[in-house]
Design a protein around this ligand. Structure first.
Ligand code: HEM
Length: 550
């Protein structure tokens, strides 16, 4: 040491102190780190053997979930569930409620959604998160409260009057608002527009017309902000954050009225203010009993004319909950699906070509004179005949759709076991277990869709050129059993009508280098929207398909 000190250009005392400190502290620290590393290694190796995902003390499988959330949660969940042959047990932190069986096995889904439906209610976790915003509306209700709304709404959704309302309101929105907005945007040749935003405005206005019987006017030239729509959007986004926040934390924030909970409260107040005003006005209109009010067939009017089990009219709060729930159900589902549809078409030009051929073949059945008369407006019976378009939209939903429903922290749909049970695949379910199923993963399972499951292939839905629907327990985008999406037929009609009306007039080109990734929201939005340029189809191009002489 002395020799070293003598030869060194550094002062001897300094070297002595630092090397002593190094050996004392660092060996201890190293020992601790080494012990932790060995523990982690042994622990993860042991856990992997049983569950596929490491289970840590206190936090359970949460680190793996955080890892998944940082990357692409949909793909992470898909890989995990496939690796586990369709079903696995997810264990969250001990202080949370995030535990449960994750499944993507169609037999289990059929059992849960249909065969033993009554044993799988939505449960408190999901209901508590959504209660402030959705109250006791259909999405958030179980048992009698759900059944009462479902029955009435179901009769209404299948009535001729209501169907006419949906057809008329959509026709008006597409031809008087959507096409003029797109036309204006197409003239600004270089600037791309966000098609997702435009479609969200369209479906928001449309579902408000159906639920409330009023048009908030979100989709209009200039695309200005509408306070009710903004409040609705903010309330939805703030509610979704509760899925990512431990219950005790968001409840404390709500109590103290701070942060995102304060924003949520303010936006819910905005939504309620609008709804209460509509309800007040409608009551006055109905009291007049004039011709206009007699012919109204929106959901609010229908429920206002009914009485509860005691013969009393429904309370304003109950009426508000019903409408808000329907708006949530129909606000972004179809528009987000349509946005992914146009993105997929951009990637698969031969599919766009086939759809255009089909649309023009159907129009060709009209009189030549009629075709030359004015703008083409598709009729319901023509939309019905568009099998290839229906197949391309269903294929989009299979590959690009996911939804947070019921109580869960991830893009999934869940229920809670009411009594001990066993899934058809042998998974034992203790009373109170959360059941989580992932719509996105189910669309990508080789076991369900075959080796080409990741390819966009509308043809898989066609038999002899006709569209064939799939079992609701394999294709779960619209749910199945007694809680099958009430708006399924309407949504399909809406998506086909909008897609055909746009495609007939424009080629939709996704802007160069536009980033595309999913967003963590109630429905699987495109995180950065869908920036597109519209290229007007010229007559020569259309005539190629229409084969008519000008
Ligand atoms: C692409 C479009 C759509 C998709 C993929 C879709 C999907 C779904 C799914 C998965 C559920 C089950 C949610 C749950 O139980 O937690 C559901 C329920 C529901 N949907 Fe849709 N939906 C769409 C469009 C619509 C539209 C446009 C409306 C209304 C105008 C609507 C109305 C409803 C209602 C009322 C429920 C609740 C049914 C109940 O709980 O009994 N949906 N939908």
């Amino acid at each position: 040491m002395n020799k070293l000190n003598n030869n060194s250009s550094f002062p001897a005392t300094k070297i002595d102190i630092s090397s002593h400190a190094f050996s004392m502290q660092d060996i201890q620290t190293l020992e601790i780190f080494l012990a932790i590393a060995v523990f982690i290694m042994i622990h993860s190796l042991r856990q992997k053997k049983y569950h596929g995902l490491p289970v840590w003390p206190i936090v359970g499988m949460f680190p793996s979930l955080i890892f998944g959330l940082r990357k692409n949660i949909h793909e992470w969940l898909t890989t995990t569930v496939i690796h586990q042959n369709g079903t696995f047990y997810f264990k969250g932190p001990w202080f949370s409620n995030v535990h449960g069986v994750v499944t993507s096995e169609p037999r289990n889904l059929e059992y849960l959604l249909k065969s033993n439906f009554s044993n799988f209610p939505k449960g408190d976790y999901f209901r508590n998160i959504l209660k402030d915003f959705l109250g006791d509306g259909i999405f958030n209700a179980d048992n009698d409260t759900w059944q009462k709304q479902r029955k009435t709404a179901s009769i209404e959704f299948h009535s001729a009057k209501f169907r006419q309302l949906t057809v008329d309101s959509l026709l008006e929105l597409v031809h008087q608002r959507l096409i003029p907005v797109l036309e204006e945007e197409s003239l600004k040749k270089c600037e791309p527009i966000d098609l997702q935003d435009v479609l969200l405005r369209l479906t928001f206005d449309n579902v408000c017309m159906i639920a409330f019987g009023v048009d908030p006017g979100c989709l209009s030239l200039g695309l200005s902000e509408v306070p009710f729509a903004c409040a609705f959007e903010q309330a939805t986004e703030a509610t979704v954050l509760r899925f990512l926040t431990p219950t005790c934390i968001w409840k404390t924030m709500r109590y103290l009225n701070i942060g995102v909970e304060k924003k949520l409260k303010e936006s819910i107040t905005g939504v309620n203010k609008f709804a209460d005003e509509v309800i007040r006005t409608r009551k006055k209109e109905l009291a007049l009993e004039d011709d206009i009010s007699k012919h109204k067939s929106d959901l609010l009017t229908v429920f206002m004319r009914l009485k509860d089990e005691n013969g009393n009219p429904f309370s304003d709060k109950f009426l508000r909950d019903i409408c808000v729930n329907f708006i949530l159900a129909g606000r972004d589902t179809s528009s987000v699906a349509l946005s992914w549809f146009f993105w997929l078409l951009d990637q698969h030009p031969h599919i766009e070509e086939k759809i255009l051929e089909e649309i023009c073949r159907i129009i060709r059945e009209r009189d030549v004179g009629e075709l030359k008369k004015g703008p083409v407006i598709f009729r319901p019976e023509e939309i019905k005949k568009m099998d290839f378009l229906q197949a391309a939209i269903s294929e989009t939903l299979r590959l690009k759709y996911d939804l947070i429903a019921s109580h869960s922290i991830i893009y999934v749909k869940t229920s809670k076991v009411a009594e001990d049970d066993v899934f058809p695949d042998g998974t034992v379910l203790k009373k109170g277990t959360n059941i989580i199923y992932t719509i996105y993963a189910m669309g990508r399972m080789e076991a369900i869709w075959g080796k080409d499951c990741r390819e966009y292939k509308p043809e898989r839905w066609l038999k002899d050129g006709r569209f064939m629907s799939e079992s609701a327990y394999k294709f779960t985008a619209f749910n199945g059993g007694p809680r099958l999406c009430l708006g399924k037929d309407f949504a399909n009609y809406q998506m086909k009508f909008v897609a055909a009306s746009i495609m007939y007039r424009y080629h939709v080109k996704v802007a160069k280098n536009h980033p595309v990734e999913p967003k963590f929201a109630l429905t699987m939005y495109l995180k950065h929207g869908l920036k597109i340029n519209l290229i007007r189809r010229d007559e020569a191009q259309l005539h190629k398909y229409l084969r008519v002489k000008c």
